[in-house]
Design a protein around this ligand. Structure first.
Ligand code: G
Ligand code: G
Ligand code: MN
Length: 417
């Protein structure tokens, strides 16, 4: 709840009737500082003046002179830091595209309203308004050099975190995904998106992967010895697959650790374009023949394509989180999710949904019959020593989450003619 009736709201719409209607609704809600404009240029003048600069803009998309999309670009150029609500008669797909555009301009997006606007929906969106966090704007990401990273690997500063993967039908924990972190002596815990690219670019990815894999295999062995059978997944970069020696290294490390190959999952994405596909294809196919499990990661994004799915013998398909969280409430996303799940079924692969963030996501997976789930709702990634505590917490929640008969997806019910 914002309850912040003093925030400055600007309504921009070329239709006088809409302006009146929205302004009246806002006044009825109790907002005391509401301005209206029927043209983009006039609105930008208000944005530029510190005294009138709005905290929130309700923006119509279809306007004759400067349309809403162009206005968004100008907002970016004028360093607007407030929030935005889109108002339009356009279809949802178009509004979703514009929403992406707004976010790309780093403008806070509260959501969109389709005309005719109801006061209740307007109120619900404005309720999401929170004051902008200026502090976070200045926090620049640290850029690390190849030497920094090389030293970090040598000094054992990379550590593995593990995120659980559970069976959707029973809640049983079947495995974990290894996610590397850099325990930096001064910067704290550094996430992989800040150093994997550097490792790939500077030829350090093989070394990095060897560290991650060795530790993950040792951990797998330790869990096994303590009676926990967990499949351990490790992320590979396509760059790891550039040389045939990688195959022997994986096989050797796995044997030395005493871990059966079926218990190691190798998650692959296409991090950058490989000119020559022959070597990766040979490595992956031979890993498959040696009974390692191959997983296609981030499926459906630019990093993972149907071509890869066709050419490589994957046993697992990870549906990218952008198709998972909130799929139940979004027609487009749901279509992508269902299609990916259908592909996995037809190709006899296990489907894993990533980015399961709440109960509604979880229930949707159960309804659709997805095999495995991973995400914050189940458990965040954690150091190995925290896993036992998480397990007992999960055991406590599990019964409630798998209650009731598992409803098959409507598509799965076939009526004979
Ligand atoms: O949770 P998180 O921020 O840890 O992961 C971000 C990304 O980094 C994920 O897409 C994951 O695939 C990637 N990643 C995590 N660990 C590794 C690793 O050991 N090797 C590679 N190549 N990528 C990793
Ligand atoms: O390898 P991959 O790209 O799949 O890595 C998973 C990434 O997603 C990691 O950065 C991990 O921290 C992150 N992640 C895991 N669970 C969730 C979730 O429920 N929601 C979101 N937004 N991110 C998640
Ligand atoms: Mn992954």
């Amino acid at each position: 709840m914002s309850n912040n009736y003093a925030i400055k709201i600007l309504v921009l719409d070329d239709e006088p009737f809409m302006l009146k209607l929205l302004a009246r609704s806002l006044a009825n809600f109790g907002y005391i500082s509401v301005a209206t404009c029927d043209r983009g240029h006039a609105a930008l003048a208000l944005v530029d003046d510190a005294a009138s600069r709005p905290d929130l803009i309700l923006l119509d998309i279809n306007m004759p002179e400067m349309d809403g999309i162009e206005f968004v670009r100008h907002l970016g150029e004028h360093h607007y830091t407030g929030a935005l609500i889109l108002v339009s008669g356009e279809d949802e797909r178009a509004l979703q595209s514009i929403e992406k555009l707004v976010r790309a301009h780093q403008i806070g997006m509260l959501g969109y309203l389709t005309k005719p606007v109801t006061p209740a929906r307007l109120a619900a969106l404005i309720d999401k308004w929170v004051p902008p966090v200026h502090a976070s704007v200045g926090v620049a990401k640290q850029i690390y050099s190849a030497d920094d990273l090389r030293a970090a690997i040598a000094n054992g500063e990379l550590i593995n975190y593990y995120q659980p993967k559970v069976l959707v039908t029973t809640g049983e924990v079947v495995g974990v995904e290894t996610l590397v972190r850099w325990r930096h002596p001064t910067d704290g815990l550094v996430l992989p998106d800040q150093f994997i690219g550097i490792a790939e670019h500077h030829g350090l990815i093989d070394e990095l992967t060897r560290e991650v894999l060795t530790a993950a295999l040792a951990q797998s062995r330790a869990w096994r010895d303590s009676g926990m059978a967990l499949r351990v997944a490790v992320n590979l970069s396509m760059d790891n697959l550039a040389s045939l020696s990688f195959l022997d290294r994986v096989a050797k490390l796995t044997t030395e650790a005493g871990v059966p190959p079926q218990e190691l999952v190798l998650e692959v994405t296409e991090s950058r374009l490989m000119v020559d596909q022959r070597v990766p294809l040979e490595i992956l196919t031979r890993l498959h023949l040696k009974r390692f499990r191959l997983s296609i990661d981030d499926f459906g994004t630019g990093n993972s394509s149907l071509t890869q799915l066709r050419d490589i013998p994957f046993t697992e398909l990870k549906i990218d989180q952008s198709f998972v969280h909130g799929a139940w409430a979004n027609d487009t996303q749901r279509a992508m999710f269902d299609a990916s799940l259908g592909l996995a079924r037809q190709l006899k692969m296990e489907a894993v949904a990533e980015g399961v963030e709440d109960r509604a996501d979880w229930d949707y997976l159960r309804q659709q019959g997805c095999d495995l789930a991973q995400g914050y709702f189940i458990g965040k990634s954690m150091p190995a020593e925290n896993l036992p505590a998480w397990l007992s917490e999960w055991e406590g929640r599990r019964a409630d989450l798998v209650q009731g008969s598992h409803t098959p997806a409507p598509e799965a019910v076939h009526c004979e003619p």
